[in-house]
Structure formats: structure tokens, C-alpha cells
Ligand binder design. Structure first.
Ligand SMILES: *[C@@H]1O[C@H](CO)[C@@H](O)[C@H](O)[C@H]1NC(C)=O
Ligand SMILES: *[C@@H]1O[C@H](CO)[C@@H](O)[C@H](O)[C@H]1NC(C)=O
Ligand SMILES: *[C@@H]1O[C@H](CO)[C@@H](O)[C@H](O)[C@H]1NC(C)=O
Ligand SMILES: *[C@@H]1O[C@H](CO)[C@@H](O)[C@H](O)[C@H]1NC(C)=O
Ligand SMILES: *[C@@H]1O[C@H](CO)[C@@H](O)[C@H](O)[C@H]1NC(C)=O
Ligand SMILES: *[C@@H]1O[C@H](CO)[C@@H](O)[C@H](O)[C@H]1NC(C)=O
Ligand SMILES: *[C@@H]1O[C@H](CO)[C@@H](O)[C@H](O)[C@H]1NC(C)=O
Ligand SMILES: *[C@@H]1O[C@H](CO)[C@@H](O)[C@H](O)[C@H]1NC(C)=O
Length: 274
């Protein structure tokens, strides 16, 4: 009896992890992209009964969120975490009347999406400029890393953590690679792949908390959702919804793409320091 129960548990777990192939995760992001473009028939059944959704760190019903707008998607990029069974997707909508950079992470279990969270950014969010985001973003190469050159999951994750750890610890060395591109919102661009790395001046007193990871060894990528304190000057030190996507090659940062939401349009500084 005990043995058969144990066996049943083991085979369930085996099924759950077997589900988390790249193909399976890609199907999930395809269904999500289709839903954001107006076709919900494949995505709705993929949501678990205990599914939760937050948009810019606020829990809301998914039917009231950005997914209720049928958007014409101009660019998309996804990364797949077959270990944690999670995905990250960046959606770019260039419509000048209503541009968006939407970053979404999904956690899956037992073939269903259990948790989804999006940082939705548009005009008025941190350094947002859709023209710049597309222009500088197109310089990057997100092809798979040749198998022999891939970094381990631990290395890729540690590189992302080093970047955020540096914001409150001056002893941390951030492993910049060159040439590099740091693309914040599209208006704030450092490096632009002209030869230099993206070395930057860090503060020493900003503690970046609540980090949620998606790691993809094939693409050399880690995305970290976290709370960035003080980003919106109108909100004191409240952590702001923020996503940083890193491309790591040979243990070094080549690209960073950020999407950061402001509570008050302009983050309390209205672009004056970008
Ligand atoms: C992915 O979707 C395709 C097309 O719907 C299907 O044929 C395939 O079996 C799916 N793969 C996985 C691993 O779910
Ligand atoms: C939903 O259920 C899955 C198991 O299917 C579990 O991993 C996950 O933590 C649950 N989520 C919540 C919010 O309870
Ligand atoms: C997402 O991007 C890929 C190319 O990277 C493209 O083939 C696909 O059609 C795009 N999907 C949507 C929904 O725009
Ligand atoms: C899936 O859910 C089960 C049951 O809640 C849990 O034990 C397991 O850790 C979850 N797996 C993942 C990858 O979250
Ligand atoms: C947005 O970025 C583009 C390309 O870098 C630039 O030409 C344009 O002036 C910027 N727009 C604003 C409103 O800053
Ligand atoms: C700061 O970073 C250094 C170098 O990684 C590490 O040895 C030290 O423990 C860190 N300090 C704190 C307070 O985390
Ligand atoms: C890239 O950056 C360099 C150095 O900061 C600058 O001189 C150049 O104009 C930039 N190129 C583009 C296409 O923005
Ligand atoms: C920024 O602009 C908004 C809307 O135009 C205005 O309400 C706010 O006072 C401005 N904030 C600053 C710091 O200039």
C-alpha cells in the first residue's frame, strides 16, 4: 500500500518534470503571445485552478489586465527555465499611439501555469522610449550560445545577482563584458555595443529585494524580477516593479534590458535626469 502510494507520487513528479521541456515551455509562451494578440482559446485552459496574476506588483484578475487589450506585437523574446519550470517573455508594441514593453514571467507546474506576473511599461515609465528600445535592442544577438561555450545555471544566476548586490555593497565586482549594451527603457542607453563595457557608477545604499529568477543556459540568459527602491521619486523608498534581463557570455554581462514601472508618470522626475 505504502509502496504503491509512493510509486504513484514518484510517477507524478516524473510527469511534472518531464513536462518542463523547452518545447513545452515554448508552447506555453506561444499560447500567452496568442492571448495577448487576442486569441485566448489556448491560454485560458493552460491556467491552473489556483492561478495567480499580478501586474506591476498589484494582484488583479487577468481578465482586467493588459491581456484584455488585443495588441499588435512587433517583437517578442522568450527565455525558458527547464529546471524551475518557468518562462520569461518580453513583448514590444511600437504603436506610436500606445507603445508598450511588457515583461512577463510565468511559473508552471503539472502542465499548468500557476503564477504569472507582468511589468507593463509605456510612456511615462522609467526612461521609456519605444523608438530607442527597438533601435538599440536590434543591435543585440540573442541566438543560442554554442553548446561548448555555455555557462552553468549557477554562473548565469550569480552574474545577475552580482549586478543587484552591487547596489548596496561596494565590494561586489560586477563582471562586465565588452562590447556591451545596457538598455534602460530605451531612453537610457550605455555602451551600444561600440566597444566599451557598461561599467557604471553604483550607489551603495539601495537594497534590491524580492528577486524572482528565470534562468536559461541555452540563451545565456537570466531575468530577475525584483523590487527597486527609490526608482519612483514620488514614492519614497518603496520598491518599484522592475525586470532586468541579462545576456551572459563567458561569465560576463553583454546586454541588460530593463522594464521599470513608475507609479507617477515620469517617476517623480519627469525625465529630467535620464
Ligand atoms: C507543442 O505544441 C505542438 C503544436 O500544438 C504540439 O504538437 C506539441 O506536442 C507540443 N509539445 C509539447 C511538449 O507540449
Ligand atoms: C498552486 O499549485 C501548485 C501545484 O500544482 C503549487 O506548486 C503552487 O505553489 C500553488 N500556488 C499557490 C499560489 O498556492
Ligand atoms: C515572436 O517572435 C518570433 C521570432 O522571434 C516570430 O516568429 C513569432 O511570430 C512572434 N510571435 C508573435 C505572436 O508575434
Ligand atoms: C509542483 O507542485 C508540487 C506540489 O505542490 C511541488 O511539490 C513541486 O515542488 C512543484 N514543482 C515546481 C517546479 O514548482
Ligand atoms: C526617443 O529615442 C529616439 C532614438 O534614440 C530619439 O531620436 C528621440 O528623440 C527620443 N524621443 C524622446 C521623446 O526623447
Ligand atoms: C559584500 O560583497 C563581498 C564580495 O562579494 C562579500 O564578501 C561580502 O560578504 C558582502 N557583504 C555583505 C554585507 O553582504
Ligand atoms: C554609441 O555610443 C557612442 C559612445 O557613447 C556614441 O558616440 C555613438 O553616437 C553611439 N551610437 C549610436 C548609434 O547611438
Ligand atoms: C511631473 O509631471 C506631472 C504631470 O505633468 C506633474 O503632475 C508632476 O508634478 C511633475 N513632477 C515633477 C517632479 O516635476
Amino acid at each position: 500500500m505504502l509502496q504503491s502510494t509512493l510509486f504513484a507520487c514518484l510517477s507524478l513528479l516524473a510527469t511534472a518534470s518531464a513536462d518542463c521541456t523547452r518545447d513545452f515551455l515554448k508552447n506555453a509562451t506561444d499560447a500567452y503571445l496568442a492571448a495577448q494578440s487576442g486569441s485566448h482559446s489556448e491560454f485560458a485552459p493552460a491556467l491552473a485552478s489556483n492561478f495567480t496574476y499580478t501586474e506591476n506588483d498589484t494582484p488583479i484578475s487577468i481578465t482586467n489586465g493588459i491581456l484584455s487589450e488585443n495588441l499588435k506585437i512587433d517583437h517578442n523574446l522568450s527565455i525558458y527555465d527547464t529546471t524551475a519550470c518557468a518562462t520569461f517573455t518580453e513583448i514590444i508594441v511600437t504603436n506610436p499611439a500606445k507603445p508598450y514593453v511588457i515583461t512577463t514571467r510565468m511559473e508552471l507546474n503539472d502542465s499548468k501555469v500557476t503564477k504569472m506576473e507582468s511589468v507593463v511599461t509605456t510612456n511615462g515609465d522609467w526612461a521609456f522610449n519605444i523608438t530607442g528600445f527597438v533601435y538599440y535592442g536590434a543591435m543585440e544577438n540573442w541566438d543560442p550560445i554554442p553548446e561548448a561555450k555555455r555557462d552553468s545555471r549557477a554562473v548565469i544566476k550569480a552574474v545577475g545577482d552580482a549586478y543587484f548586490d552591487r547596489f548596496d555593497n561596494a565590494s561586489v565586482v560586477v563582471p562586465w563584458g565588452a562590447p556591451c549594451n545596457r538598455l534602460e527603457g530605451g531612453a537610457l542607453v550605455v555602451g551600444n555595443l561600440t566597444g566599451d563595457d557598461c561599467e557604471m557608477l553604483f550607489p551603495d545604499d539601495i537594497k534590491v529585494t524580492n528577486r524572482r529568477y528565470v534562468v536559461d543556459e541555452v540563451l545565456g540568459a537570466v531575468d530577475i524580477f525584483e523590487g527597486f527602491p527609490g526608482l519612483d521619486r514620488s514614492q519614497g523608498n518603496a520598491p518599484m516593479p522592475d525586470s532586468h534581463l541579462f545576456r551572459v557570455e563567458g561569465g560576463k554581462i553583454r546586454y541588460i534590458r530593463t522594464a521599470s514601472h513608475c507609479v507617477e508618470s515620469g517617476c517623480g522626475i519627469n525625465g529630467t535626469t535620464f
